[in-house]
Structure formats: C-alpha cells, structure tokens
Ligand binder design. Structure first.
Ligand code: BGC
Length: 357
C-alpha cells in the first residue's frame, strides 16, 4: 500500500516536471551552475544614504575580485529607471540579478522576464513583493531593527530625560520601501505598551505609519514635518524623544529641534552613517543601528558563488510571505549602538573608529 502510494506520488511529480518543461517554454535554471566569469547584475534603488553608496562601491570591487563581471547601477529612487536598468541587465546576459527595489511591489513584470531567461533573482536589503520571480532575499532582520530602535528610544529616555511621562513623536521611512513599515511595526511592538500605560505621550496624536512615513526617505521632508510638529504642538512643551527610522532623518529631526530652541531630544537611527557616528560620540544623537554593508554584500556574494558552482541556493534562515509566495530569507542580526559601547561596536571598522576622537 505504502509503496504504491509512494510510486503514484513519484509518477505524479514526474508528470508535473515533464509538464513544466514541455509546456512552459521557460529556460530551466542551470542546476550545474554557470561560467565563473559570468556577468552579475546589481540594481540598487539610490545612493542617497551611506549604506547604498557603500553597496554600490563594494559590489563593483568584490564581484570583480570573485572573478565575475559586475554590472552595478542605481536608479535615483525612480521606478521606471530601475525597470529599464534591469531590462538592460537581462539583455546583457547576467546570470544573477541582485535587486534592492525602489518600490518593493513594482518589479514583478521585469523580474518574471528575468526568470523566463533562467536568471536567478536575489533581493538585497529590501523584500521583493507580489511576485513569484524571486529566489531569496538577503537582509538584516527588518522587524528586529525596529525593535532595537524602539528599545533604544525607551532606554535613552529613562537615562537622559528623568522619570517621565515623556513627550514623543514618531517618524517612519519611505512608504514604497517594504522595510519602512517593518521597522515601524517592530518599534511599535516595544513602544505601544508604554503608550498604553501613559509613560509615552504622542503629543500630536500622529501614530499611524501612513501619518509618520517620510516620502522617498527624503531628509528635507522629515525636517519640514518636524518643524511643523514643533511649531504646532510644542511651543509651550519640551519634546523628549523621537523615533527615527534612519540616521539621515535622525539628523534632520535633531537640527529642527535645535533650531526651534528645544533641548536635543533622544533620537534613534539606523545605518551607522559616518556623520551620525560622530553625532553619537558628541552626544547629539542617542543611538543608531549598525547593519554593516560589507557583511551584507559578503553574504550575497556567497550565495552567488554557490549558484555559480551548481550547488543551488544555500538553505535560508527563515521565510517571509511577499504577497505571492513564501520567500527564503537570509537574515543577519543588526546591532544597536550608543555612545556607551561605540568604540567596542566599531572595533573592526577602522574608518568609523577613526571618527571617535
Ligand atoms: C535601508 C536603510 C536605508 C533606507 C534609506 C532601507 O531600505 O534598509 O538602511 O537607510 O533604505 O535608504
């Protein structure tokens, strides 16, 4: 009985395979790998924050060092530009496409085209949404990043702003970036109980992601929102803390607060950008979250090498739903950094260590 069942399952599976091969007309991905000097495409969203500028540089050098031909481009935050860049990478015969999307859900058609050519598609830093044409995503845990930001804000308030209750405001990142709602969600997991018990007061009442998001991660838009929050709600009040989704927005929030004559609030961040590494050292910004670009690029190249050698995709750490499928996630651990252990955190990063003087 058992044997029969197994046999029929096996033949059903074979049937499906034959069907897939004969009907699809789709090129199968080479299970035996591809040339060691193949072209690899890297499509980045922009280079407006340090992490993406570093990725742009590092992919060019590290892919070359590994023997590949890198085609690395960034799209100035414009969806059509990124679609065209990916089209041209496909035409140039790349074997793997590494994609940090401008908008997580706008690349389905062009990525499906890539898949039809037998190209592997790996999401970099950001999730690729609403498409089956993705083989895996490499990133630092995005909800975890938000949790670290929320916890840092709470810790900083307790440390620097007395007993509370504390007046705070919330900022989110670019709404097209799938990381942004996840960062916010992670932070709210930590902050919500403290809002509910009255420890935290969001004076403006703006607590939904859509109210707090910063279009295109644009620092000047965040600064304008902070200016109007301060003039609208804080003319007779101190602002004690602000949740910020990254370092550029953190510096915009701090600058607006200084200009409004406020004492500097406790502000979270992300990326360990050089400028913020200095501000933390000087006590101007409270925290950041480090997600080292070299580690993320290194992990991506490890995956590309495995595909090149015909070993397929390494086993992912976990999966996440993208609207169309559960995507394998290679998830690295982000690290919160405050002044207290800043030297320790950058012990292996001479460039950043140099800034702590
Ligand atoms: C990245 C952040 C970056 C932001 C804006 C996000 O997807 O994870 O590191 O600050 O994009 O560029």
């Amino acid at each position: 009985m058992k044997m029969k069942k197994r046999l029929s399952l096996l033949s059903a599976a074979m049937g499906l395979l034959v069907l897939a091969v004969t009907c699809s007309g789709v090129k199968l991905q080479a299970a035996d790998g591809f040339a060691a000097d193949a072209a690899i495409g890297v499509a980045l969203p922009w280079i407006g924050t340090q992490n993406w500028a570093e990725a742009d540089e590092m992919f060019k050098t590290e892919l070359k060092k590994a023997g590949f031909k890198p085609i690395v481009q960034h799209a100035d935050n414009k969806v059509p530009q990124q679609q065209q860049q990916i089209e041209s990478m496909i035409q140039n015969g790349v074997k793997v496409l590494v994609v940090g999307p401008v908008d997580g859900s706008q690349l389905g058609a062009v990525l499906e085209e890539a898949k039809a050519e037998g190209i592997y598609v790996v999401g970099y830093d950001r999730l690729l949404e609403n498409t089956t044409a993705v083989d895996g995503v490499v990133q630092f845990g995005s909800v975890k990043t938000g949790e670290l930001q929320g916890q840092a804000l709470l810790d900083g308030l307790a440390k620097l702003k007395g007993k509370g209750p504390y007046n705070i405001e919330l900022f989110g990142g670019g709404p097209a970036d799938p990381n942004a709602p996840n960062f916010f969600k992670g932070a709210m997991k930590i902050l919500q109980p403290k809002i509910d018990d009255g420890t935290l007061k969001i004076v403006s009442g703006q607590k939904e992601f859509t109210q707090c998001a910063t279009l295109d991660w644009d620092n000047s838009k965040a600064q304008a929102r902070m200016d109007s929050l301060l003039s609208g709600f804080y003319s007779d009040k101190e602002i004690h803390g602000v949740l910020s989704p990254n370092d550029g927005i953190a510096r915009a929030i701090i600058t607006a607060s200084e200009q409004a004559g406020q004492k500097i609030p406790v502000v979270s961040g992300l990326d360990a950008e050089n400028e913020s590494v200095k501000w933390i050292w000087e006590g101007r910004q409270y925290s950041t979250v480090a997600k080292p670009t070299d580690v993320l690029v290194g992990k991506t190249i490890e995956i590309i090498k495995s595909l090149q050698a015909g070993k397929g995709l390494p086993a992912p750490d976990t999966t996440t739903p993208n609207g169309k499928k559960d995507v394998g996630l290679y998830e690295l651990a982000p690290l919160v950094v405050t002044k207290e252990h800043e030297k320790e955190a950058f012990a292996n990063d001479p460039g950043r260590l140099e800034l702590l003087k």
